[in-house]
Write a protein that binds this ligand. Sequence first.
Ligand SMILES: *Cc1c(COP(=O)(O)O)cnc(C)c1O
Length: 393
Amino acid sequence: MEFETKAIHMGQEPDKATGATITPIYQTSTYTHDALGKHKGYDYSRADNPTRHALEVALASLENGKYGLCFASGLAATSTVLNLLKAGDEVVTGDDLYGGTVRLFDKIYSNFNIKFTYVDGTNPKNFESAITGKTKLIWLETPTNPLLRVFDINEVSKIAKAKKLILAVDNTFASPYFQKPLDLGADIVVHSTTKYLGGHSDVVGGAIITSNNDLFEELKFIQKSVGAIPGPFDSWLVLRGIKTLAVRMKKHEENAMQIAEFLSNHPKIKKVNYPGLKSHPQYELAKKQMTGFGGMISFEVNGGIDTVKKIVEGTKLFALAESLGGVESLIGHPVTMTHAEVPEEHKEKLGLSEGLIRISVGIEGTNDLINDLKQALDGKGSSSTKNNKAIVV
Ligand SMILES: *Cc1c(COP(=O)(O)O)cnc(C)c1O
């Protein structure tokens, strides 16, 4: 079945009880048993819920996986993967990650004597060199946030397999429409469904997909035991979002490509990070492991914080906000927003500079978006005329 068809139909058959075409929001915590020891497959909504189940089936099929598990947030999904580990275990991870993931690794799980080793993921050999006898998990995020670096999932998966390690890939930026890590050898895919899967900036959620029976059993047990599950309404919103994932991703990419080219030719801009540009250092790899380059771009401007401020406050359509992947365009300053808590030395090592701006390109009209960036870059806009207020979480 084609991706577009799966997104609309998998897990989403007409409701057996009523014929409702759209999966109902089963807003219930519990289920009445037919008799002692006999129920219809559901007993308590922390363990399972029909609306959540529909989403889990749909997401598994979009990633070409066997099993899906949904969570209250992307970070709840990530922490569920980390809960596979025990004190003393080690994780080797790419060094360019979502800021909240770094915080979860360094500020929470390191307290439980789990060690995280950060390596430059652009060379797969770096993962191999950092593996010790205690390593259990390799964590990859690709394309990375906010520098849009691309790491070779298949090469890293060979290393993981040779050493019998679990490879987990955060696939939030590409979405399953553009990248399928399980097909490339990963064991686990993690998503913040808050982003492209939900797609409308109206819900926070997360997911794990795997085809490995043993890992699924363990992760399902953790989901039920820890309980970081999404409610039925939130599950339903993501389910509705994914129906249009394919058409949205195409437009995100079409807009992003033209904007990346526009930015590359602008005199105020030093550098543009977008995997779809031939100048991107991993352009060939991106072309090989992804079927499209996505809607996220970051760029470095000439000048300091004052220049940055003028640009991020000067756009009228691009809202100054965290998050990404919604239909509306957003602009942000990673160093003071999404990545504010990343330690200074880590920022420096990565090249996360003060002049870096990140945009999540929405699906508005291409020319409107380019004109908006143009007027903000050329300093013609005034921040008082901005439609959208800064929303910083
Ligand atoms: C947003 C994000 C997360 C965290 O997801 P939440 O839903 O905010 O908890 C993890 N990884 C990436 C790449 C993200 O962009």
